[in-house]
Design a protein around this ligand. Sequence first.
Ligand code: SF4
Length: 185
Amino acid sequence: MVVGDTERFEISQPPELFARVDEEADALIRESVITTTLDNALNWARKNSIWPMSFGLACCAIEMMAMMASRYDISRFGAEVMRGSPRQSDLMIIAGRVSNKMAPVIRRLYRQMPEPKWVISMGACATSTGVFSNYALVPVNQVIPIDVYVPGCPPRPEQLIYSIMLLQQKIQAERGTVRKTLNLA
Ligand code: SF4
């Protein structure tokens, strides 16, 4: 700033530093406005606000709890709101083996979840009854449809996080979201 007869402002830095602000006024608009489809916007909102149901079936649930806690912090992916009721949940994580006795219960809980809903099969037991040949267990895909399988015994929390990232990709790639939401499908 030079103070004299007439006050005037002088740029003290190289002019190109301010070029974007001073000369490219429309740059702000270009960077602030995006165009997309309603399907994409809905999918984006859904994939970043997954509400998992809070229940576990066996030892895999300990790793699931670790994923929720501060060290792994699933809230970075918008999925930290664990719900105690299937009617408020859109993700079921099958964390542990499914026994014959639990299978009908799991199916009932699944049917109580509102659409859209997704299921992750976590660990060898849930997916294939595990390393043990056990007459009391049933693979979970014979009970309800599964979206993502996580291998391991038990899978590490990072693996479960990765499965949620895969699920997010699946949700984002969904087509006809608006039609289904409005019951036009
Ligand atoms: S996969 Fe391993 S950790 Fe998970 S429920 Fe089965 S025995 Fe337990």
